[in-house]
Ligand binder design. Structure first.
Ligand SMILES: [Zn+2]
Length: 159
């Protein structure tokens, strides 16, 4: 996954990320000749990548200095390490790359996709994030959730 991260930040996908592209399809098929059984090949052939770097991609519209810590409410945040988390959609599993931020005031850190932090983003940016998240667990595609919510009263979830 380190290789995937490098490609998003420095490699051939960097410009796409800066242009605001979020979704990157699997780069290999497991059946091709060059397929090995190492970890990177497995991930690259099985999962989509979702790049969510709002401060990098929409830096003009949102500055980290305007955001408050979810714990102490101070505006003393700094970017921390890059991490990823699985997100589920209809027929795909995404690995959502994002950052954690650290509060210089209370020294706690949390994910940029934390549901307590996301509401601080301007709506026009937040609507580009297609998942709903929990504090630590997996995320779920919002459209999928809406479909479930629609189907449930009709009893179709059980059929
Ligand atoms: Zn804090």
């Amino acid at each position: 996954m380190e290789k995937v991260k490098r490609s998003l930040l420095f490699g051939d996908n960097k410009q796409h990320v800066l242009n605001g592209q979020h979704e990157f399809p699997p780069r290999k098929d497991r059946m091709v000749k060059s397929y090995n059984t190492n970890q990177t090949d497995w991930y690259e052939s099985s999962y989509w990548i979702y790049a969510w770097f709002p401060f990098r991609q929409y830096g003009k519209s949102c500055q980290l200095s305007n955001f408050a810590c979810i714990h102490c409410k101070e505006k003393e945040l700094e970017s921390h390490q890059y991490v990823y988390r699985p997100m589920f959609s209809f027929d795909k599993t995404y690995y959502c790359y994002h950052r954690r931020v650290r509060c210089k005031s209370c020294l706690k850190n949390f994910a940029e996709i934390d549901p307590r932090f996301l509401p601080q983003f301007p709506t026009i940016i937040l609507e580009r994030f297609k998942f709903t998240t929990t504090v630590r667990g997996y995320g779920i595609d919002l459209m999928m959730l809406y479909h479930f919510a629609n189907l449930h009263p009709a009893g179709s979830c059980l059929g």
